[in-house]
Design a protein around this ligand. Structure first.
Ligand code: UDP
Length: 403
């Protein structure tokens, strides 16, 4: 596991020293993170890296996940969709009962001696009912800028019981949280994780060949869960438009099945159907053995990365691509706009046609793609690396419990 000193060659010794100094103030403090899954999606990705790194600077950080039946995750995915703006979601009494009851059954994961308890996303939100001591933080990773009001109003009472709430963007803060301590924090990626570490050209080539992707032809790809908000079929539309002109193009759609995502299978099947057996569209998942190293290799092979989400809390996949020097063509959704600076680290687009035009340009002008990719890496280095995330966490911890 990485130690904080290992990051000095990337972020500089001064930054590492300032993190160690901050950490001194909270040495030995017990912190508990709770989310809904150990695998799949951005939150699991962040916690799998941040918790060990926090431990390495002296915190006693732990990570627990709540357990639930399939029906519970069906309800929580509905809640997730509603908070992202799906107005058609209605939570009936039975759904609410299941949601609250499952959380009640998970009460034992809360350790009474934790000084800070960070609850991630809506699935374990009602655990706050078990608050005895410590400071409780609700870390919301999704875009709550225009939530389904009816569903939000059933949850906001729980949020208000927390000592603080943290969002990824200022405009995600629901208006009715006035008076509460609310913070903004950007998610971050770990440059030393297998997902992001440097790979040799041979390693990349081997992964491509293993999955029948031609390393000598242009590749465009989107890494994302199979989910309506991620718009995998839009990526296929872009591919088809570009291929009308560049007929040797290949598309990679890489998506894992998150254990807490009840819609994954349905959207995977929809995507496969939409691809219609096209041999140049490669749809691959963790069930095909695509894990961190493979995702890393695929991202590095892209001439351009796509992120066509209609809603995106942050989009770690964007930072991951940019860190690898790959420009991103993304929609103007949520966190994508923080990371893709139009014409600098990639292109922000309004529609499929525009995305296709931008992808064409990036394939035809490799020098331009290189320039944008280089700027993207610098942008991530300055703003979205795990060292910054840890530093912000330490500041918040000190702010909540004192030194
Ligand atoms: N991811 C992965 N394999 C896949 C698809 C996604 O490991 O096949 C990872 C991806 O690299 C990123 C995370 O899952 O680290 C997704 O985080 P993001 O913030 O982009 O989206 P979320 O799934 O949380 O909405």
């Amino acid at each position: 596991m990485a130690r904080i000193e290992d990051y000095a060659p990337i972020v500089g010794k001064g930054e590492v020293e300032s993190i160690k100094e901050l950490a001194e103030h909270v040495k030995g403090a017990k912190v508990l993170h709770v989310n809904a899954t150990k695998f799949g999606g951005g939150v699991a990705e962040i916690l799998s890296r941040v918790v060990p790194l926090a431990t390495s600077v002296g915190l006693k950080a732990e990570w627990e996940t709540i357990q639930g039946e399939k029906e519970f995750f069906f309800v929580t995915k509905k809640i997730h969709n509603a908070l992202q703006g799906d107005g058609s979601v209605f939570l009936d009494e039975e759904m609410m009962r299941l949601y609250l009851e499952t959380n009640r059954r998970n009460a034992s994961i809360i350790r009474d001696d934790a000084e800070v308890i960070v609850i991630h996303d809506p699935q374990p939100l009602p655990l706050i009912e078990n608050k005895k001591g410590g400071k409780w933080v609700w870390r919301c990773h999704i875009d709550t800028s225009s939530p389904n009001i009816e569903v939000w109003s059933r949850l906001s009472g729980y949020v208000r019981k927390y000592d603080a709430a943290v969002f990824s963007l200022e405009r995600y803060i629901p208006k009715d949280l006035q008076g509460m301590r609310v913070l903004i924090d950007y998610p971050t990626i770990d440059p030393l994780a297998v997902k992001n570490m440097q790979l040799t050209p041979t390693e990349i080539q081997k992964v491509l060949e293993r999955y029948g992707v031609d390393p000598e032809r242009p590749i465009v790809g989107q890494v994302a869960r199979f989910d309506p908000w991620k718009n995998p079929t839009g990526a296929i539309d872009v591919f088809r438009m570009v291929r009308n002109e560049l007929d040797n193009l290949q598309l990679l759609l890489i998506g894992s099945f998150a254990l807490d995502d009840a819609e994954g299978e349905e959207w995977y099947n929809k995507t496969v159907k939409y691809a219609g057996g096209d041999k140049d569209i490669h749809i691959l998942t963790n069930l095909d053995g695509v894990m961190d190293k493979e995702v890393n290799a695929f991202q590095r092979s892209f001439n351009a990365a796509l992120q066509l989400s209609t809603r995106e809390g942050f989009g770690l996949t964007v930072a991951e691509a940019l860190w690898k020097g790959v420009p991103v063509v993304g929609t103007k959704a949520g966190g994508i706009t923080l990371q893709v600076i139009d014409g600098v680290t990639g292109y922000l687009v309004d529609c499929i046609e525009e995305a296709a035009e931008r992808v064409k340009i990036l394939i035809k002008k490799p020098w331009l793609a290189r320039e944008l990719g280089y700027a993207g890496r610098q942008h991530v280095k300055l703003n979205f690396l795990i060292t910054k995330g840890l530093k912000n966490y330490l500041r918040m911890h000190i702010d909540l419990v004192g030194k």
